[in-house]
Design a protein around this ligand. Structure first.
Ligand SMILES: NC(=O)c1ccc[n+]([C@@H]2O[C@H](COP(=O)([O-])OP(=O)(O)OC[C@H]3O[C@@H](n4cnc5c(N)ncnc54)[C@H](OP(=O)(O)O)[C@@H]3O)[C@@H](O)[C@H]2O)c1
Length: 244
């Protein structure tokens, strides 16, 4: 018998990091599909602003992804759910090898890798065997650049994490989205002028002629939740970054 696992009004979706950028767009899309959506992030102000933008019925809680206790408490408040997306991260900044420090690298890997894994560990008991986990990487997993060694390393690690957990956690599915440059607050360490110049320059070099909007990436998260015969997969959403 075929069972339709589509994201719809029977789905319960949790987005950790769902108050901004890609995560907020995932929450927006999932809510529009009728799912029961819960978002979480660290700053009460971001949570308030996100809930103001999202459809009525979306719930949210303050949660610090860098604390196991906080994530466990957040997930316990939600209870059982079907799909878990992890998009929490601090702002992106590149740095040359000459500026490398072990402590800086550990901090960079913290939310994106170490705490992502911890959140997955804590989310698994809340998921049914038909559930899914969607993690976040980036095209940096496959394409290097000056100053982006840590970004490349953590993105590559997340691809490997998804491929390994897809086996370990089966039949729960584990996939990862690898966006190219997305217009989002993750770049707000740059001035607005520099940011816009970067978007324009990167976009002009892409086959599709523009950088991504958060909703471009969100479509991939929803598709991976929906597609119940895909696990350990990387969905590259990059406007052609990797082929240009
Ligand atoms: N944007 C891009 O160009 C791009 C490209 C490739 C990959 N990515 C990756 O995609 C992911 C999401 O990026 P984005 O552009 O959506 O970033 P974003 O707009 O900056 O959103 C990051 C989210 O993480 C939350 N967060 C930060 N620290 C947290 C913590 N300790 N606990 C819980 N939540 C926390 C933020 O909430 P608060 O405001 O509450 O802190 C925010 O909701 C990142 O891993 C990024 O590296 C992004």
């Amino acid at each position: 018998m075929l069972v339709d696992m589509a994201v719809d009004n029977t789905s319960r979706i949790v987005v950790l990091g769902g108050t901004s950028g890609i995560g907020l767009a995932v929450a927006q899309r999932a809510a529009r599909a009728g799912a029961a959506v819960t978002i979480g992030s660290r700053r009460p102000e971001s949570l308030r602003q996100a809930l103001d933008q999202l459809p009525t019925g979306v719930s949210g809680h303050v949660v610090d992804a860098s604390s196991s206790e906080s994530v466990a408490g957040f997930l316990d408040r939600v209870g059982e759910f079907d799909h878990f997306a992890y998009t929490a991260a601090e702002n992106l900044t590149g740095a040359p090898l000459a500026a490398y420090t072990v402590a800086g690298a550990q901090a960079f890997f913290g939310l994106r890798l170490f705490h992502a894994l911890d959140a997955v560990r804590l989310a698994v008991p809340h998921l049914p065997s038909s559930g899914s986990i969607t993690l976040t990487s980036g095209t940096a997993a496959f394409k290097g650049g000056p100053g982006w060694t840590l970004g490349c390393a953590v993105s590559g690690a997340m691809v490997s994490v998804a491929r390994s957990l897809a086996v370990e956690l089966a039949p729960v599915r584990v996939n990862v989205v690898a966006p190219g440059v997305v217009r989002s607050p993750v770049w707000s360490s740059m001035t607005e002028e520099d940011r816009e110049a970067m978007y324009a320059q990167v976009g002009a070099g892409l086959p599709l002629g523009r950088v991504a909007e958060p909703d471009d990436a969100a479509k991939a998260y929803l598709a991976l939740m929906d597609q119940d015969y895909v696990t350990g997969a990387v969905s590259v959403v990059d406007g052609g970054t990797l082929v240009a």
